[in-house]
Design a protein around this ligand. Structure first.
Ligand code: FBP
Length: 550
């Protein structure tokens, strides 16, 4: 039976994503203009030794059509990590680009993320399949997963499975960790002379996969606009009822890009920026006192309400918590089997006896619920799953306690009733904004051009994004260029450097100049829903962060 779809979905299915001029004019078989050799952003010698075949490659740009026809290509694609709006359009762009190279080209989608490649679970796309997913949110076209592809055994299986299907290129759509793995796979495939090339694509709502060449990871635009709509709605409610403080935790993992972007879009009374907390070495108690101070001041002005934004990764940046989390990471990585075999009571005891005095004190001062959240399984990349740590509730509890103390000594006379929210899943699969629909389609189409030009170990790069799409610059950036060494699972590993909020950057500085006013004056903005149709200045605007950065 045919699926019924909403009128909006029907209208969106007909949307024609915009492409950079060179891709729109000449299709995907393009001549790659090679720049000068490159270097990794740090730890050059170590990265060079680890990636002898893919280190130092030049930046690629596409400006002209290829000299001769390229012939049919067989490629595979996976979606990796958390969902981000626009993933379906990357695959649609890749499919269209490959077909444009040669109508006989084929695209295979491996199911459920990286594990689909090793388990050899795949589908072969055709027009009808792809058409059903154009301009839609979600990753359900082939699913995603967080399996880490890193061992030579896994790489050998990937090569074997690809060869059996005749696949000569793989596109890995993922965040910093997945693109790190793409880089390792590219290196291994080159070392083994496998004849398979690997291209990455910058995905993540977190916005932390960006640098001079990757101006944005896809999904950030849509997700932050969805959260900003919800925050705006909450602000209107707070300002109408005038009786609640709303604490909103926002996804974004370690980086506070989403919180900062939402602050610019909505002007809430409090926004915490994890990177600032780290720089100033602000303790948890200081953060709490600062928020309680704003609650008190607003209350004295007759306003027992407000809205506070809390970035998901905050806890990792509070100095005493950072130290605690690092110790826990190393401890749990080194004693995984033993730890799992213990009873709950013994787990807490074990941790307390192994931690340093300072961390043991920090751990014991936390409510039991937060202690357990800190001990929960790490993700396959060794990261604490910050989305599961209820920092917003912790802050509400601690701010409430501080205000009670102040009430007891007569400093505060107001009423503090708080409501907690966590916005993450509400935005990750939203229908992509026009920007993400265009950007994603361009990234996928551009990836097919990288495949056609025969390069490996590159990430699809589309730049100049604050300009109209026809002025976007298409090309490829060597993955090794974005790498450095970081500590994971208790060891130094080569990884793509996460882009955190820059404290000397314009988006943060502008926020700083406004935050005191926003704390007291109710300058709330209500951005409303993403507009897909209407005047370009409403429908095609990029994030405020990107406008300020470029
Ligand atoms: P990635 O894009 O890096 O995979 O992360 C996106 C994200 O939404 C993070 O903001 C969040 O911390 C994480 O995924 C939650 O993942 P999961 O739903 O798998 O627990």
């Amino acid at each position: 039976m045919a699926k019924t779809i909403s009128p909006l979905q029907k209208a969106r299915a007909a949307y024609n994503p915009k492409l950079p001029k060179v891709l729109a004019a000449h299709g995907s078989a393009l001549k790659a203009a090679m720049g000068a050799p490159t270097q990794s952003i740090a730890d050059q010698n170590e990265i060079k030794n680890l990636f002898p075949n893919t280190y130092g490659l030049p930046v690629v740009t596409f400006e002209e059509p290829a000299d001769k026809p390229i012939g049919a290509v067989k490629a595979g694609v996976i979606l990796s990590g958390g969902q981000a709006p626009g993933g379906h359009n990357v695959i649609a762009g890749l499919y269209d680009g490959l077909k444009k190279i040669d109508a006989g080209s084929e695209l295979y989608g491996f199911l459920g993320g990286p594990s689909g490649l090793t388990d050899n679970k795949y589908v072969k796309f055709d027009d009808a399949f792809i058409n059903e997913y154009r301009n839609t949110g979600g990753f359900d076209i082939i699913g995603s997963g967080r399996t880490k592809l890193e061992t030579e055994e896994q790489f050998d299986t990937v090569i074997k499975n690809c060869k059996a299907l005749g696949i000569t290129s793989l596109v890995i759509i993922g965040g910093d960790d997945s693109n790190t793995n793409a880089c390792m796979l590219a290196e291994y495939c080159a070392r083994m002379n496998s004849g398979i090339t690997v291209i990455g694509c910058p995905k993540t709502i977190d916005g932390d996969l960006k640098n001079e060449w990757i101006e944005a990871s896809f999904g950030f635009d849509t997700a932050s606009k969805v959260y900003a709509e919800l925050i705006g709605n909450i602000q209107r409610d707070a300002n109408s009822a005038k009786k609640y403080w709303h604490f909103v935790k926002l996804m974004g993992r370690s980086a506070s890009h989403i919180a900062l972007e939402c602050a610019h879009q909505t002007h809430p009374n409090v926004t915490l920026i994890s990177e600032e907390v780290e720089k100033n070495k602000t303790t948890l108690i200081e953060i709490v006192k600062n928020i309680a101070g704003i609650v008190k001041k607003r209350s004295a002005a007759g306003k027992n309400f407000g809205v506070a934004l809390v970035p998901e990764g905050l806890i990792e940046f509070v100095p005493e918590m950072k130290k605690l989390i690092n110790e826990l990471n190393d401890l749990l990585a080194a004693n995984a089997a033993h730890f799992d075999s213990l009873s709950d009571a013994h787990k807490i005891q074990f941790v307390n006896t192994k931690l340093s005095h300072e961390s043991s004190h920090a751990f014991s001062s936390l409510p039991a619920s937060i202690q357990w959240q800190l001990l929960a399984d790490r993700d396959p990349h060794g990261n604490v799953q910050v989305s599961r740590i209820e920092t917003e509730k912790l802050l509400i509890e601690m701010v409430g306690e501080t205000l009670s103390e102040w009430k007891d000594n007569g400093e505060y006379k107001g009423k503090f009733t708080a409501v907690n929210h966590f916005f993450g899943y509400e935005g990750r699969c939203a229908a992509p904004s026009n920007f993400d629909a265009d950007y994603c389609y361009s990234l996928g189409y551009n990836a097919s051009s990288l495949i056609a030009s025969g390069v490996t170990g590159y990430i699809s790069s589309v730049r100049n994004l604050t300009k109209p799409a026809d002025q976007w610059i298409a090309g490829g950036i060597p993955l090794t260029m974005m790498m450095n060494l970081e500590r994971r699972h208790g060891k130094d590993k080569p990884v793509i450097k996460k882009a955190l909020v820059e404290l000397d950057g314009k988006p943060y500085k502008e926020f700083l100049s406004k935050r005191e006013t926003w704390a007291m004056e109710d300058e709330y903005q209500y951005p409303g829903p993403i507009q897909y149709f209407g005047p370009s200045e409403v429908c095609d605007v990029t994030t405020i962060t990107m406008q300020m950065e470029h």
